[in-house]
Design a protein around this ligand. Structure first.
Ligand code: ATP
Length: 239
């Protein structure tokens, strides 16, 4: 589904990723773990075309997408829910969600039933349903975060990149976000997940990669990483 080989990327002269390989198979959840500054967000940005990789390849369903503009990659079926809340503050919740489906209307992908998907998103995120006519800029931080995630799903994507979906959320909302991820997984949605809560991410994920200073240091099944002493000590709060 999503296949990354020898990816290098950075900002100006600063190289952040030094040749990483990641595979995200269809209907699987893969998580990327690493300390602050390891390059997780940079990886997500390079995949979705927000920044251009300097080397390596990124294939989505067998099509090379590295070097393409982000709107083009979205049309090919890749949705990115970026770090931080990136909603359209002056548009309603409803309109933000419809904008998420916009690439479906302009690309070669099946349009599907946008209205039905909108209702499905509202079911998945009841907090948004209650506030569907409210301007997105007036939502709480947590609600905006959920809106960004719901908007990504509205693309009906082949792969969703979720960058820190629980960032800044109250514990009860963090639980809700992980419940939603598990539900999407059970529906067969393919996801690449970056999360500060590594233990919870490895509970929901099938496979994990550990990123250290822009290189993959360990990868394996989520089950194996949960029991890897070095991973436990560094990322799962063990010692
Ligand atoms: P965190 O968990 O703190 O979000 P991360 O693993 O997602 O960390 P990145 O955001 O990918 O890390 O950052 C990797 C490195 O790239 C850091 O050293 C950061 O300072 C640098 N960096 C990130 N964004 C930019 C930018 N826009 N311009 C220059 N350097 C950047």
């Amino acid at each position: 589904m999503l296949s990354i080989r020898n990816l290098e990327a950075g900002y100006g002269k600063v190289k952040v990723l030094h040749g990483i390989d990641i595979d995200v198979p269809k209907a699987k959840v893969v998580t990327l773990i690493g300390s602050n500054g390891a390059g997780k967000t940079t990886t997500m940005r390079a995949i979705s075309g927000m920044i251009q990789p300097t080397s390596g390849s990124i294939s989505l369903n067998g099509t090379r997408v590295d070097g393409m503009a982000s709107h083009h990659i979205a049309r090919l079926g890749l949705a990115h829910s970026p770090e931080g809340r990136r909603v359209f503050p002056r548009s309603s919740v409803n309109d933000n969600l419809l904008l998420g489906a916009f690439p479906r209307l302009t690309g070669g992908r099946p349009k599907g039933d946008v209205k039905a998907d909108l209702e499905r998103a509202m079911e998945l995120f009841p907090r948004l349903k209650e506030r569907r006519t409210q301007l997105a800029g007036t939502l709480s931080g947590g609600e905006q975060q959920m809106l960004a995630m719901a908007r990504a799903i509205m693309l009906n994507p082949d792969v969703v990149l979720l960058d820190e979906p629980s960032m800044g959320l109250a514990p009860i909302l963090v639980e809700e976000v992980f419940r939603i991820i598990a539900r999407l997984k059970s529906e067969g949605v393919t996801m690449l997940l970056v999360e500060q809560f590594a233990a919870a991410a490895l509970q929901v994920a099938d496979y994990g990669y550990v990123l250290e200073n822009g290189r993959i240091s360990v990868h394996g099944s989520a089950e194996r990483l949960r029991h890897d002493p070095a991973v436990v000590a560094a990322y799962l709060g063990g010692g």
